[in-house]
Design a protein around this ligand. Structure first.
Ligand SMILES: [Zn+2]
Length: 159
């Protein structure tokens, strides 16, 4: 099931800033989000990158190489993960994904958290970083098995 199928529900009780903050912290922690933000000028997408990921490394490197450039230029490194993910998103969810991106980009970083913003942020990042690691692992295992099999065949030939 896609995270994009989640319907927004108005909160049934008030949430304190502290509570919202802890929901946000949990998201960042669970998804290993860095405090480094990628911003792509061509498409206008922005997102926190993964901690210790390739993109974080590239952006930090770019900042240290071009310290005079604005941070927004320095953070425009490589391909946009949001564009990539949007491209991979099944057609039936594309509208929802586009909506979430729209709302995410409207979030003000003025330190005041709203329940709605936290909701948007959760869906945005769970969608963006919902990776198919499991499938990739299966694929790697299959490749490995095939290699083993080939090696066995080769060994058998030699015998
Ligand atoms: Zn983009």
């Amino acid at each position: 099931m896609s995270i994009l199928k989640t319907e927004y529900k108005e909160p049934t009780r008030p949430y304190s800033q502290k509570e919202l903050q802890s929901i946000q912290n949990k998201l960042y922690k669970d998804l290993y989000l860095s405090n480094v933000e990628a911003r792509h000028q061509n498409c206008g997408h922005k997102y926190l990158v993964k901690k210790n990921g390739r993109k974080e490394k590239d952006i930090l490197e770019n900042i240290s190489l071009n310290p005079d450039k604005y941070i927004i230029d320095n953070s425009d490194v490589g391909n946009c993960s949001v564009c990539w993910k949007l491209n991979k998103t099944p057609n039936k969810y594309k509208d929802k994904a586009t909506n979430i991106i729209y709302w995410y980009n409207r979030i003000n970083n003025d330190n005041y958290l709203s329940y709605f913003d936290i909701n948007v942020e959760n869906i945005y990042y769970k969608w963006l970083y919902d990776n198919n690691d499991k499938n990739n692992n299966d694929k790697n295992n299959n490749d490995k098995n095939n290699n083993d099999k080939n090696n066995n065949d080769k060994n058998n030939d030699e015998l």
